[in-house]
Design a protein around this ligand. Sequence first.
Ligand code: URA
Length: 240
Amino acid sequence: MRLDKYLCELNTGSRSQVRELIRKGLVSVNGLVVRQADHKIEEEKDCVAVRGKELAYRKFVYYMLNKPQGVVSATQDNTAGTVTELLAAEGRKDLFPVGRLDKDTEGLLLLTNDGELAHRLLSPKKHVDKTYQVTIAHPLSKQDILQLEQGVDIGENRLTLPARVEILSENTIYLTIQEGKYHQVKRMLQAVNNQVAALKRIRFGGIVLDERLAPGDYRPLTLQEENCLQESSAQGNKIQ
Ligand code: URA
């Protein structure tokens, strides 16, 4: 991996900040100052230090992607582009999405190579909250809101778990759910005789979509966000 990219992944700074550090001779590899941002390092072997302080190699990486419509939440697909292809510049073959968004859904999708964390985040037992901005065909009645919040029949063995509805405008709501069943939001709105016109995920556990990311853009999680994700995966964060 390139030295500048490696430093970015370890949250040492933005790409331009780490290039500046390298240019100033503040970065060493195996004890020798390296001034080339494209210097290739072997992450598992080389010892990289910034201002003399050694950086710990990180086995796991975490990214947030603003998934655009039209790509599938998979690592491979024969018919359409995939979310992992959007991160091709990272040069990693081990990334996968944490769960799925429908092809026509946009918004926050996490990608990682940390299988255990993904498993915990997706475990039905953890009830990790997900918030969607939903454009709906018709305004919701008070009764619809109550039903969505208490649980609706989407054809599973039991009603959906308690959810939260926030009204943004006549045709736009935030819907926070604790589960991740197939087409869940679309099926919940159908259950109250409505329809989803557009869907965007804006929050997953404690992680909020960075609005500076245009659809198709991504960035590594900050250390604070990573900690937050670990917390969400340990205890979930049930709707109050
Ligand atoms: N619910 C849906 O219906 N679709 C998604 O992509 C996510 C949640």
